[in-house]
Design a protein around this ligand. Structure first.
Ligand SMILES: [Zn+2]
Length: 211
């Protein structure tokens, strides 16, 4: 069977399963636990409207998971079917032809099955780079990043995390003018990537910057 679970869907499944585990821990009421289970199964099924028998089979253990250990085992069992973020060093360089001395992260050190978007900060030029994949194509943006002192809502994952203001700059219609666009996003892109349970906010964020 081919990989069929997107990284955000993997995160979504994890969250649903952990909700079930949590219901087992916190509730003595079997009815309540059962409700959590049916909701979780329904939501996961809704992710994959055209599941084939083998895919269905892979996800059947969900209602039986009642502790953290079983949950971790299940996550490990389904991970081979998670579609990795596909990117190459060459592909990244092509996205930023004007950036001199681009420092591309060491891709072999990353777990590409945990990444919805790739991001790093180049402190020497005080720039944050973001790479996403939209309709099969890589899209890259870079901008300044200024962390703020309090926590805030991230525009990409919608989590309440340590965030900063990401701003891109574009030349305006009139010579010498610039327009800036941006939003608050997570400071730590690993945390952000794990929070993403629906990819749409990431695509919205990037397409607004590109517009
Ligand atoms: Zn985030």
């Amino acid at each position: 069977m081919e990989a069929f679970i997107h990284v955000d869907q993997f995160n979504f499944i994890k969250r649903q399963v952990l909700d079930i585990v949590n219901a087992h821990v916190t509730s003595n009421d079997k009815g309540v636990v059962h409700t959590f289970i049916s909701l979780a199964v329904e939501r996961v099924d809704a992710l994959f409207p055209e599941m084939i028998a083998e895919q269905k089979q892979l996800l059947t253990p969900i209602p039986l998971i009642d502790d953290k250990e079983k949950a971790e085992k299940f996550f490990a069992d389904i991970k081979p079917y998670v579609i990795p973020f596909h990117v190459t060093e060459q592909g990244i360089k092509k996205l930023f032809p004007k950036v001199k001395k681009l420092k591309v992260p060491e891709l072999e050190k990353l777990d590409l099955q945990e990444i919805c978007y790739l991001s790093w900060i180049d402190y020497s030029m005080n720039k944050k780079f973001i790479i996403t994949r939209s309709n099969g194509k890589l899209v890259g943006v870079h901008g300044t990043f200024d962390p703020i002192k309090q926590k805030g809502i991230c525009a990409i994952c919608n989590g309440h995390e340590e965030v900063g203001l990401f701003l891109t700059e574009k030349k305006g219609q009139v010579l010498g003018t610039y327009t800036k666009k941006g939003n608050y996003i997570c400071r730590d892109s690993d945390v952000c990537n794990q929070n993403i349970t629906a990819i749409e906010h990431l695509h919205d964020f990037v397409s607004r910057l590109k517009a």
